[in-house]
Write a protein that binds this ligand. Sequence first.
Ligand SMILES: Cc1cc2nc3c(=O)[nH]c(=O)nc-3n(C[C@H](O)[C@H](O)[C@H](O)COP(=O)(O)OP(=O)(O)OC[C@H]3O[C@@H](n4cnc5c(N)ncnc54)[C@H](O)[C@@H]3O)c2cc1C
Length: 392
Amino acid sequence: MTDSRLRPDDPLGLDDLLSDDERAVRGAAREFTQRVVAPHIADWFETGGIPNLREIARELGRLGALGMHLHGYGCAGLTAVDYGLTCTELEAGDSGIRSFVSVQGSLAMYAIWRYGSDEQKQRWLPAMAAGEAIGCFGLTEPDHGSDPASMRTTATRDRDDWVLNGRKAWITNGSIADVAIVWARTENGIRGFVVPTSTRGFTAPEIKHKLSLRASVTSELVLDDVRLPSSAELPLAHGLSAPLSCLNEARFGIVWGAMGAARTAFEAALEYAKTRTQFGKPIGGFQLTQAKLVDMSVELHKGLLLALHLGRRKDAGTLASEQVSFGKLNNTRAALEICRTARGMLGANGISLEFPVIRHMANLESVLTYEGTVEMHTLVLGQALTGLAAFR
Ligand SMILES: Cc1cc2nc3c(=O)[nH]c(=O)nc-3n(C[C@H](O)[C@H](O)[C@H](O)COP(=O)(O)OP(=O)(O)OC[C@H]3O[C@@H](n4cnc5c(N)ncnc54)[C@H](O)[C@@H]3O)c2cc1C
């Protein structure tokens, strides 16, 4: 006879869909988050930085989380599902840590791995996989976010060199990076460049006063006559489809990661509902509270099921970019709604950093915006449904 009692942490039995190896990867990421992130994250968020980020980067490297699903050059070579499960666990700690891993592995490393020369791969990928070198990815500009095709940063030829000029904005890891992947307009269209951040003319002032993703470095990139050898160009990246393909990789991690943030908020709300007493009984005993908890659980586990479905498709080589948009749109929206509901359920305590909820809620405001806003993914799916583009 099967046990029909529903597990609050896994009502759909999603664990049964994972292999022993996948559960082991998830367990290692969970152990890392609980040991390294959870005890300090509220302080890091409050003070606006991670003091030992280099050390944590190396720990993430030892975990195999940096470029986890890439093969060769010191990368772990695991599956997309393994990578997704890791993103969920890291973001259950904080979206800032998952953002670090996404930008390092799915944006900066993936760009080199997919579009780089062998020399670029040898130079950067092993060090980045180990967390010894940190990367960033500069696509967004102060005046061009959702519409990167209009970017103004230029790369012009000067004999055998490239000379880059322009400005990028909102770049994760910018001021701590050793290498920046910079996308710029050339006379032959958009191209990508591998820019060591020690290059003369490159500066990356940090963006302060953020009230979201505070445990993550966000910066401008200023390119002022940055002179690079011709070997700095990513030889296989031709046009905007190259950076967009990198974003698609990172979005895949967000589909999983957002549900980690939601899970932590849900767990906090469930625990609170069972222990907080008002009107003589735990607030979880009121029907209105139970309706909220049930809605949160339904959305959380539907989102996790969706992530796993997309992960299986990615591993099978059948995942379409529109399906990643579907997942990003649904899961970031659902995760934010779960956090907002949890925030209310905790009453006044819901606004305190003593509980993880408002931190996750604030972080998800960024996650909702970056890697394509809700509106952009809605337009992607609208076009897929109707065959009509409504972007402009
Ligand atoms: C914390 C953080 C970290 C980031 N990290 C990086 C990074 O590492 N690298 C990088 O390159 N970028 C990064 N970004 C930038 C991010 O990708 C952009 O913010 C995002 O693409 C949106 O661009 P925007 O902010 O310029 O908004 P805009 O494009 O100006 O959009 C403003 C609003 O208008 C809406 N809108 C725009 N066009 C349309 C339309 N056609 N129809 C309907 N609505 C529309 C948008 O959906 C949005 O709601 C980061 C952002 C944040 C907040």
